[in-house]
Design a binder for this molecule. Structure first.
Ligand code: ZN
Length: 120
């Protein structure tokens, strides 16, 4: 019998994990750590990366920075907008991406590395 943890339980587990470590290399790694915490409460709990991602977006004070591989927001899945700068010659180039929906910002890069920072 699989059980779905409540949102409050997931948030609590995220906070416990992030007290121990401030950065993880991928959403999957974070999910594994959070699930490990949840399983201490109930061994039947299950958690998908998708659900975790949605819950992370709702946690106030949690900032997530990181590079990413695709053009969709790693937090809420919306379309990302390029952040452009202009050099002295007047050429525009992309230095990163920005999500208008949840405020995620990421630098352009191939390696996904999430860093979770509490600002509360
Ligand atoms: Zn987003």
């Amino acid at each position: 019998m699989k059980k779905i943890p409540k949102k409050e339980d997931v948030i609590e587990a995220v906070e416990t994990v992030l007290k121990r470590r401030l950065s993880v290399n991928s959403l999957k790694e974070l999910k594994d750590l959070v699930l490990e915490e949840l399983l201490k409460k109930d061994r039947m709990f299950r958690l998908s990366e998708n659900r975790l991602r949605k819950i992370l977006a709702e946690i106030k004070g949690l900032k997530i920075v990181g590079g990413f591989k695709n053009k969709n927001c790693p937090i809420c899945g919306s379309e990302l907008y390029p952040v452009k700068v202009r050099n002295l010659k007047g050429d525009f180039f992309t230095i990163g991406f920005h999500c208008k929906k949840c405020g995620f910002r990421g630098l352009e890069g191939k390696i996904i590395r999430y860093k979770f920072v509490y600002v509360r």
